[in-house]
Design a binder for this molecule. Sequence first.
Ligand SMILES: Nc1ncnc2c1ncn2[C@@H]1O[C@H](COP(=O)(O)OP(=O)(O)OP(=O)(O)O)[C@@H](O)[C@H]1O
Ligand SMILES: [Mg+2]
Length: 201
Amino acid sequence: MTVLDNNIHWHNTLVSHVERESRNCHKSVILWFTGFSGSGKSTIAHAVERRLFELNCATFVLDGDNVRHGLCVDLEFSQQDRIENIRRIGEMAKLFTEAGMIALTAFISPYATDRDRVRALVEPDRFVEIYCCCSVEMCEKRDVKGLYAKARKGLIKDFTGISSGYEAPMNPELSINTEGQNLDECVDQVMAYLKLKNVIS
Ligand SMILES: Nc1ncnc2c1ncn2[C@@H]1O[C@H](COP(=O)(O)OP(=O)(O)OP(=O)(O)O)[C@@H](O)[C@H]1O
Ligand SMILES: [Mg+2]
């Protein structure tokens, strides 16, 4: 059934997207961090948000585990549920940009088609794919949450990098080497990109 069959109609807003951006003094974009578990998505996203917040930007981080506590509590890690998880996050991130904010998302988001589907939801320059590039060996060594150890023991099924695939972005707006750079250097790289593209001034 389509939305029209269902008698659902769009109601236009009285405050435009451009007006919201103009009040915030920055562009609204989605900063989509992708990479293996432990590659640094959350660490970098939150550190970038802190820097942006200090610059008076309107920001919010949507983080994998947090979202799975609420909006996506009904989803697991099968391929079908991961697709639905990313679809919901994408729609939510889009709403944040419509509210004039910079939405930072930290999800493994292993499948290219799912990320591309989110990309297609917004204007081309509003989706910034940021690949946190780190070998699975290093991520496993870090094992921040002890998940790799559990996955190796077979206690977690469909674990990305161990028993489930990861499709690295072919053409991300930014690729950050989190293995060869420290956190500050990674954050600087994101901030420099945002300035270069006039997202912030
Ligand atoms: N350059 C770096 N950038 C980010 N994190 C780094 C860097 N160097 C080391 N680390 C460490 O790597 C770990 C990254 O963990 P983090 O929770 O951010 O990963 P994640 O990608 O969000 O994983 P998950 O998908 O499980 O949530 C942290 O312990 C962090 O301190
Ligand atoms: Mg994380």
